[in-house]
Design a protein around this ligand. Structure first.
Ligand code: F6P
Length: 321
């Protein structure tokens, strides 16, 4: 059997340990492993090579993906997907593992509908926005990167009697901002999943300032588009100097944490065990829910929108009013 691995869409920490485990486990099971480079673009352009042990030596601790990635517009077109299928067919590749986010999952679902190439997808995105799974690879590392940055910003803000407004990534999902706000003791958290009430925040924070508060930490999700509005609001209403820090792509990189290394290994091992079943002919996603790995049909995963756990949202309400 020949199985290929591809990383697609936004990269995240944990992809490299996953790639290493893929190669190691394939060799253990007598499967021929293939690499697809440059994401779906590389699948179209036949940038596909047999993997060797030495390709994955010394990559486990590195962020990013040695296979590189892309966001492919061409893959929306049938003629390019057909070319991609022909490439796999010519090389005798039977099945695929994909590491990626929601957009890549939908692309592969379409590819499966067209050509029935069996696959298992592994939720891999710092956004943690995939329906059906509590955890996506890379989230823990991104959260730790944000924590480190926010701790540093707290140091300088407290030295200057300032407010820092930290903007996190997450696309449409406020998970990164929410967890970062909770775990850094932020005064204000703005995410699309929570309403906020600036009038009551003003009353509360004014009171705290009267009682001696000298600085503030605020975490804002990029999805709200409110970062600079909040900076202006703080300066105008609370009369504290404020600075915005857009963390940006720094959140995608960095050495994978222990949690992401281990999750990468488990996700891949589960995925490969499924693909190794001779009669496996589906398109599925490995999910991690309530502490357990399982499989869901790709159509189920793409059928709904991820919702943040209500308990977390409830805890964060105090940072919105
Ligand atoms: O999906 C991952 C992500 O990092 C989002 O959080 C962010 O909005 C987006 O990708 C940025 O995309 P790009 O790397 O194409 O600028």
């Amino acid at each position: 059997m020949s199985i290929a691995i591809i990383t697609s869409g936004g990269d995240c920490a944990g992809m490299n340990p996953a790639i290493k485990q893929f190669v190691d486990y394939c060799f253990l099971k007598g499967v021929t492993p293939y690499f697809i480079f440059d994401g779906l673009e590389g699948l179209i352009d036949n940038n596909i090579k047999k993997a060797k042990h030495k390709d994955v030596a010394g990559i486990l601790h590195e962020g990013g993906t040695i296979l590189r990635s892309s966001r492919s517009k061409r893959f929306y077109e049938y003629k390019y997907r057909k070319k991609a299928f022909e490439n796999l067919d010519t090389l005798g590749i039977d099945k695929l593992i994909l590491l990626g986010g929601d957009g890549s999952f939908r692309a592969l679902q379409q590819f499966f509908d067209d050509f029935q190439v069996p696959f298992v997808a592994i939720p891999s995105t710092i956004d943690n926005d995939i329906f059906g799974t509590d955890y996506c690879l890379g989230v823990d590392t991104a959260l730790n990167t944000i924590r480190l940055a926010t701790d540093s910003l707290r140091d300088t803000s407290s030295s200057f009697k300032r407010a820092c407004v930290v903007e996190t990534m997450g696309r449409g999902c406020g998970y990164l901002a929410l967890v970062s706000a909770l775990t850094s003791g932020a005064e204000i958290c703005m995410i699309p999943e929570l309403d906020y009430d600036l009038d009551s925040l003003k009353i509360k924070l004014e009171q705290q300032i009267k009682q001696g508060r000298t600085y503030m930490v605020c975490v804002v999700s990029e999805a709200t588009n409110q970062t600079y509005n909040l900076v202006n609001w703080i300066e105008k209403n609370l009369h504290i100097e404020a600075r915005a820090t857009i963390l940006g792509h720094i959140q995608r990189g960095g050495n994978p944490t222990v949690h992401d290394r281990l999750m990468a290994m488990e996700f891949v091992t589960y995925a490969l065990n499924k693909l190794l079943q001779k009669d496996y002919k589906k398109g599925s996603v490995v999910t991690y829910k309530e502490g357990k790995f399982s499989f869901q049909d790709i159509s189920y995963i793409t059928s709904s929108k991820y919702k943040i756990d209500q308990n977390l949202l409830d805890i964060a309400t105090s940072m919105t009013r």
